[in-house]
Design a protein around this ligand. Structure first.
Ligand SMILES: O=C(O)CCC(=O)C(=O)O
Length: 258
């Protein structure tokens, strides 16, 4: 239990946390095999249109629409996707609590070849998260940090960035802003390790030592509603809960807040 509390406190304090061996070797090879098989199919993808267009423009595979494509193409692969996706969601919830829901709409596989390096940004605006609380479970499928580029993270930038206005990614791309926060950290990660960071934490692709590399990574984003909304949804989910909710509304009126 203590390791989970410490993990949560680190994420809150630093805006990121590294979880070594978040996935075991069997899960890493299942995920890697799945991602490679999906990438083999993707050049033929014509629909859903949004999935096909994003694959064409930046080689990314949006997870929200992937099941529809796999259902039409390869149900075996769909079953593998459901299995590993469910495990990653379950593992994340085991660490951070069941209120964190997978945010498939904002999750994807990425094959990065260094053609377009992402500059300093926060996901809250660059990834259009549009939820009060969200974090990214970044899972590289290749070793990163020495040869292949990891992510550079600006520790403890998330609180200040949350207070600022949401901007397009560009204006954050200034090294003086990063220096004000005390500089960046670059985690070295092996496949199976997870880098988990808040949607307001400044980060970018580590500048690679050489052009022309290829690395695979997955970004599983999670969000949770404020506790009041969560409680309301839980209560709405059962007849006793709905009864209780009605009673609370009668007694507390507007003060109940939902
Ligand atoms: O994969 C990368 O190099 C950058 C990923 C990233 O920063 C993001 O998706 O927000």
């Amino acid at each position: 239990m203590w390791d989970k509390i410490i993990t949560w406190c680190r994420l809150r304090r630093d805006g990121y946390v590294v979880l070594r061996q978040f996935l075991d070797p069997g899960e890493v090879s299942a995920l890697r095999g799945l991602v490679l098989s999906v990438y083999e199919l993707m050049p033929d993808c014509r629909s859903p249109e949004h999935l096909a267009a994003h694959f064409q423009s930046w080689d990314g595979v949006w997870l929200e629409e992937l099941p529809a494509f796999l259902k039409a193409r390869d149900t075996g692969l769909l079953a593998r996707y459901d299995e590993i996706g469910g495990r990653i969601a379950g593992r994340t919830q085991a660490y951070f609590g069941g209120a964190w829901q997978p945010y498939w709409l904002r999750s994807f596989f990425r094959r990065s070849t260094g053609v377009k390096l992402l500059p300093w940004h926060i996901d809250a605006d660059a990834a259009q998260i549009n939820r009060p609380q969200s974090f990214n479970v970044w899972l590289p499928l290749d070793a990163v940090g020495d040869g292949l580029p990891s992510l550079e993270i600006v520790p403890r930038s998330h609180r200040a960035m949350r207070r600022g206005p949401l901007l397009a990614a560009g204006p954050y791309d200034r090294d003086d802003i990063v220096a004000e926060f005390g500089g960046a950290a670059t985690p070295r990660l092996s496949p199976g390790d997870a880098l988990i960071f808040d949607q307001f934490t400044l980060h970018r692709t580590q500048r690679p030592k050489a052009d022309g590399y290829s690395r695979l990574s997955c970004e599983f984003r999670f969000f949770r509603w404020p506790w009041r909304v969560h409680l309301r949804e839980v209560l709405r989910g059962s007849s006793t809960g709905r009864l209780l909710l009605r009673g609370l509304r009668r007694v507390l009126g507007r003060r109940i807040g939902f």
